[in-house]
Design a protein around this ligand. Structure first.
Ligand code: DC
Length: 247
């Protein structure tokens, strides 16, 4: 009983603090930033898009940027270990998001590359290139510039820890491996013939790559709100986030 009271008081004061910050930042024209980090298949994309739409914020999928670099690597038929050519790609790449209706597409040198960057091959390559410090450096400025334009929801792996350590609200979305594999399988059902087992192995490998790399590993920021979405629908996660944001 006593613990419940203390917990409720703590949660209420946190909410009050966030609400105050929100009002102050809105008044001072500062861009309000919400970050959603987490492993592959935890539901970040669905939830981030829905949350951004509800709040009227920009939605930025930073994983797409790593996929953009991976796509250029794939096109040039090199590997993530070919640092000389990978550096050249990073120096010359010109990535840009364009909104088409409610959807957001990634363009590289003015070419829509969205149809090519969502395969599992590109997912693995994106994870491999993302461990390279110069790749992360090349994307850091671009991500921060995007954050200075409009209030936004950023999804990724290191949004709350590295790219926006001062973000206004940080969420870390996770789910059991089984649930994430099932979600990914369903998502890929129309475009890929991969078995559940293949997808599970890829997710486990990507989790390991993303969380064990030296630079900006996947992990919750110390001040992130951790949400386990294993048994939650996207709507329930959104409801929780909104109630957390607005108290
Ligand atoms: O979110 P996603 O699955 O589209 O991301 C693809 C890969 O990009 C992911 O395995 C690791 C990398 N990534 C990253 O290192 N940092 C980010 N902020 C976003 C993605």
């Amino acid at each position: 009983m006593e613990i419940n009271f203390v917990e409720t008081l703590y949660a209420t004061s946190l909410r009050f603090m966030y609400l105050t910050i929100m009002i102050i930042t809105m008044k001072s024209n500062k861009k309000f930033l919400i970050t959603i980090d987490g492993p592959a298949g935890a539901g970040k994309t669905t939830v981030s898009k829905m949350l951004a739409r509800k709040l009227g914020y920009n939605y930025i999928d930073t994983g797409a940027l790593y996929r953009g670099i991976a796509y250029e690597v794939f096109k040039k038929n090199i590997t993530a270990e070919d640092e000389k050519n990978l550096k050249k790609i990073c120096e010359n790449i010109n990535l840009e998001f364009k909104n088409v209706g409610e959807e957001q597409y990634l363009f590289s040198d003015n070419k829509d590359i969205e149809p090519f960057i969502r395969t599992e091959e590109i997912s693995m390559l994106a994870s491999a290139v993302s461990a390279k410090p110069f790749v992360r450096k090349a994307l850091l400025k671009l991500q921060r510039d995007l954050g200075s334009k409009k209030c936004a929801v950023f999804e990724g792996r290191d949004m709350g820890t590295v790219v926006f350590p001062n973000a206004d609200i940080k969420f870390f979305l996770e789910a059991s491996v089984e649930e994430r594999v099932a979600r990914r399988y369903k998502q890929l059902a129309n475009t890929s013939e991969q078995s559940l087992e293949d997808i599970k192995n890829q997710i486990i490998k990507r989790d390991r790559n993303d969380s064990q790399r030296k630079l900006a590993p996947l992990k919750p920021a110390e001040d992130a709100i951790i949400i386990d979405s294993t048994k939650m629908s996207a709507e329930e996660v959104i409801e929780f986030m909104i109630s957390f944001i607005f108290g």
